[in-house]
Design a protein around this ligand. Structure first.
Ligand SMILES: Cc1cc2nc3c(=O)[nH]c(=O)nc-3n(C[C@H](O)[C@H](O)[C@H](O)COP(=O)(O)OP(=O)(O)OC[C@H]3O[C@@H](n4cnc5c(N)ncnc54)[C@H](O)[C@@H]3O)c2cc1C
Length: 449
């Protein structure tokens, strides 16, 4: 069959994009390599939209939780993943968890019922040179296609491993302890938040890193070498007591104004410093520079809250290192998820640098709607930035810092801040209520459907 759009990858994002397109009558070819003799190291079967690990879509609370809000918004836009999840739901408190076999079967059945959709079990090795295409091949994109994407984007813009440093909400950092400065006061602006440590605090922290429980690499990830630039902080700590003080915790050139004396009116250098750098244009999220880690999440929260100034830190994301193919999307993609250098190619799912089942599906949903609009000569208007969909899309397509871009879950730090006089306890409600009102207004008939 002739087709209007070629979708490569029948995982969560590809299946959702196919649904959004074909239910609007677009002719779609969905190429999925599983079931055609190939697989990835993580998938077990040939079903479309297979969940490779946990069976949870996380919190379903759309009043208090950013991912729950994303569920709500996707349901409002007739998401196949959300409909299939409802049909496959198993009890999990306030989380949305599913029977993975039933879930995948529901997705397959819904797609099979669409007359303009053809699922082909084939591996695609090269980016098509023409024709509307959505690449949704996920974090474990097959090697030949990854090479072809690397050629199109420049190899340095396609990562095969993430090295995630924790990200802290700016308003949870104690600025009575920390201070803003660049090393040696270079540049016109004071770009970093600096957390000072004395000798005793540093020694205890160093020991905490050595003693901390870490997550093991999966068997097929273990052979991936560390780059010096993205070595886990605990591995660096194991090289010697002072290794970190010559690396990411270097204190030189950082006068701490909270430690000024008559002799040193500008302040003195601490024994060690943890630096945080702005991570998004809104300035709400700050990443801990050089703190990529495989420490277990609970261990990270406990240990990183011993850092002076971060005692009450709230984390938008915790650190990690995984095998993960993803693009430097803020640099490479336009606001419609198209490759700037080859606009017939659109990317969707985790390969864009979003992180998680729900986020990958949400980006697939938006990519499908964008392509559907393009087919009829229109441009899809994204939901406002105050919604979860709008915030996620804006982050991926330009608002995240390209230099430090790493995979990201949906979280309230990606949203424009609510009014500062909203009490902390009520902020989550304020974010979700604003999003719901704005999404309802956006769904006016003036927008594409
Ligand atoms: C091991 C692992 C565990 C994870 N666990 C979780 C978790 O528990 N919870 C969570 O929220 N997120 C998890 N993630 C992250 C992420 O949410 C999932 O990977 C998610 O499935 C991504 O959706 P996707 O549609 O982008 O990619 P996928 O669901 O991986 O779909 C991509 C599809 O493309 C196919 N494909 C690849 N290359 C080609 C090619 N060249 N030609 C044709 N087809 C191709 C693949 O077979 C696959 O079906 C995990 C990731 C990994 C790698």
């Amino acid at each position: 069959m002739e087709y209007d759009v070629h979708i490569i990858g029948g995982g969560l994002a590809g299946s959702e994009a196919a649904w959004q397109l074909a239910r609007r009558g677009a002719r779609v070819r969905l190429s999925e390599m599983r079931g055609g003799g190939d697989s990835t190291p993580a998938h077990q079967g040939a079903g479309l939209a297979e969940l490779v690990c946990s069976n949870s879509f996380r919190s379903d609370d759309s009043d208090k939780n950013a991912v729950g809000l994303l569920h709500h918004e996707m349901r409002a836009l007739d998401s196949l993943v959300m409909t299939a999840a409802a049909a496959a739901q198993v009890p999990a408190g306030s989380a949305l968890a599913v029977d993975r076999e039933v879930f995948s079967a529901e997705v397959e059945a819904a797609l099979a019922a669409l007359p303009t959709l053809t699922v082909v079990r084939e591996r695609i090795d090269r980016l098509p040179s023409a024709g509307l295409t959505i690449v949704a091949t996920g974090p474990l994109t097959a090697a030949a296609l990854a090479d072809s994407i690397g050629t199109a984007t420049g190899a340095s813009s396609l990562a095969f491993f993430d090295a995630i440093a924790p990200i802290v909400y700016r308003d949870s950092i104690d600025m009575d302890v920390c201070w803003m400065a660049s090393r040696w006061d270079k540049g016109e602006t004071k770009d970093y938040i600096n957390c000072p440590m004395n000798l005793e605090q540093y020694r205890a922290f160093h020991q905490g890193l050595l003693d901390g429980d870490t997550t093991e690499f999966r068997e097929w990830e273990a052979s991936t070498p560390y780059f010096e630039g993205c070595m886990p902080i605990e591995v660096m700590a194991a090289r010697g007591l002072d290794t970190l003080r010559f690396g990411p915790m270097k204190p030189v050139g950082l006068d701490n104004p909270h430690d000024a004396t008559p002799e040193f009116p500008q302040g003195r250098w601490p024994h060690a410093v943890v630096q945080l750098r702005q991570d998004n244009k809104l300035g709400t999220l700050w990443n801990m520079v050089g703190f990529q880690t495989k420490l277990k999440h609970a261990e990270q929260v406990r240990l990183f809250r011993t850092i002076p100034g971060l005692e009450n830190a709230e984390f938008a994301r915790l650190g990690g290192l995984h095998r993960n193919t993803f693009l430097n999307s803020p640099q490479l993609l336009d606001r419609q998820l198209r490759l700037k250098s080859a606009p017939h190619i659109r990317f969707a799912g985790q390969i864009t640098g979003c992180e998680g089942y729900v986020e990958s599906s949400a980006v697939g949903l938006m990519a499908g709607m964008m392509a559907a609009a393009e087919l009829v000569g229109r441009t899809w208007t994204a939901p406002p930035r105050t919604t979860a969909l709008g915030a996620l899309l804006a982050h991926i397509t330009g608002d995240a810092e390209a230099e430090s871009y790493q995979p990201m879950n949906i979280n309230f730090g990606l949203f424009p801040p609510v009014e500062p006089d909203v009490k902390k306890k009520q902020r989550k409600d304020a974010y979700t209520q604003r999003a719901k009102i704005d999404l309802a207004a956006w769904q006016e008939p003036t927008n594409f459907d």
